[in-house]
Design a protein around this ligand. Structure first.
Ligand SMILES: Nc1ncnc2c1ncn2[C@@H]1O[C@H](COP(=O)(O)OP(=O)(O)OP(=O)(O)O)[C@@H](O)[C@H]1O
Ligand SMILES: [Mg+2]
Length: 284
């Protein structure tokens, strides 16, 4: 993943270009290398919820599948310039932002070739971080949707991140997958971005009627304690219906419980971050 020697101290790593303290922008990466755990659904609905709270929100579709792009009614197959051009050809991020429910930097099928193209480039892990410099004063929160892998695209997201949010599917809980994700983050911390860490774990597709789902939550809380958000995203067809209409569930069914769940999650994430900042301030 990185060719820097393991003994390189974190302090020697090139200082992050976009720092929380210097700009205030929060860059939250939705990641889990397991497929179909609701990364994209969470990116969109959480983003719209933060926007309702008055934040300036930018979503980044970093997945060659382009599901986030599609979920805002855009066709990744007919998009001319995308995150591929930003990462590989250094096209300004603002050139590929579309203004939908919230601002969205789009994906296209080209992005599938980005890992290979980046691999041969100097600074290949920092391409996304560099791209953010141009827009960091325009947004309060940037949410990054990642593909179901821990490849170079996801690593780019971790390098640029102020925090990582991990959606996990209650039905198919994979603790081994979470350990693998944490190991990757530890490597990124050591070599590329000392501040990146899992900020929270969100249980998705939760069906409280089943013992299985309740047990999954118990196991998560035993292993990860306070990292597990209290807000649970219940299983409902609403989340699959909304993207077909090219909209978030907050727009599709504004007063429904599916929309409310992501508003609750946005509030909980916000509260937790405020509490953490306060604690860090007192500690200084
Ligand atoms: N809470 C939920 N209840 C029911 N279905 C859901 C829920 N959240 C997401 N889904 C549906 O599950 C499927 C997978 O969700 P999503 O695409 O968000 O996952 P993902 O982690 O982004 O997948 P991938 O790894 O392929 O990118 C989608 O069809 C989505 O509509
Ligand atoms: Mg996805």
């Amino acid at each position: 993943m990185t060719r820097e020697p393991a003994e390189t101290p974190a302090a020697d790593a090139v200082a992050p270009i976009v720092t929380e303290s210097s700009t205030g922008v929060r860059i939250l990466v939705l990641a889990n290398q397991k497929g179909g755990v609701a990364k994209t659904t969470t990116t969109l609905n959480l983003g719209v919820a933060f926007s309702e709270m008055g934040y300036r929100v930018l979503l980044i579709d970093l997945d060659p599948q382009g599901n986030l792009t599609m979920s805002q009614g855009l066709n990744p197959d007919s998009i001319e310039r995308s995150m591929f051009d930003v990462l590989v050809h250094r096209v300004p991020l603002s050139d590929i932002i579309h203004h939908r429910e919230v601002d969205l930097a789009v994906s296209s099928i080209d992005l599938a070739g980005a890992e290979l193209a980046l691999a041969a480039m100097m600074g290949r892990e920092r391409a996304l971080e560099k791209a953010f410099v141009e827009v960091r004063d325009k947004y309060d929160i940037i949410l990054v949707d990642t593909p179901p892998s821990l490849g170079l695209l996801t690593i780019n997201a971790f390098v640029a991140a102020t925090g990582v949010i991990v959606p996990v599917q209650c039905e198919y809980l994979s603790l081994r997958g979470l350990v693998q994700l944490e190991n990757t983050l530890a490597m990124v911390r050591e070599n590329l971005n000392p501040r990146v860490a899992v900020e929270g774990i969100v249980a998705t597709m939760f069906d409280g009627r089943t013992l299985h789902a309740r047990e999954a939550i118990e196991i998560l809380e035993e292993n990860f304690g306070d990292l597990v958000y209290k807000t649970r995203i219940r299983k409902t067809i609403r989340y699959a219906e909304a993207p077909v209409k090219g909209s978030s569930v907050l727009k599709y069914d504004p007063t429904g419980s599916a929309a409310e769940a992501y508003r609750d999650l946005a509030k909980e994430i916000h509260k937790k971050e405020e509490a953490r900042k306060k604690a860090a301030g007192h500690g200084a």
